[in-house]
Design a protein around this ligand. Sequence first.
Ligand code: FES
Length: 117
Amino acid sequence: MRGDKHNAIVVCRHEDIGDLEARGFEYGEPELRLTGFVVRKGDGVFAYRNICPHSGHRLNWKPDAFLTRDRDLIMCSMHGAIFDIESGVCVGGPCPGKSLARLRVEIVSGEIVVYPD
Ligand code: FES
């Protein structure tokens, strides 16, 4: 994460994250840090809160590890729920049909910017 101002989080440059790669970030007040992540798929970038709809755990077990081995789905490391990258909908595992909480994201001057509110 490179910046956090005016409720906008500059995660990284678009070119710094490869196709089908994810990048985590933190945001919020120091005493209540929250985490999210972005996933790049082609030219698209998708952002979600790092909270699994199954039972509220963080999805990753190590930094930036949000995807399945073949990187075509988002995966929760806790109980193996898998989610569509573009929609955030669970397509397998213990919470089918539930969705990750999406965050607004856009590319601004080549940088990936997330708006958590
Ligand atoms: S907390 Fe994510 S699959 Fe159970």
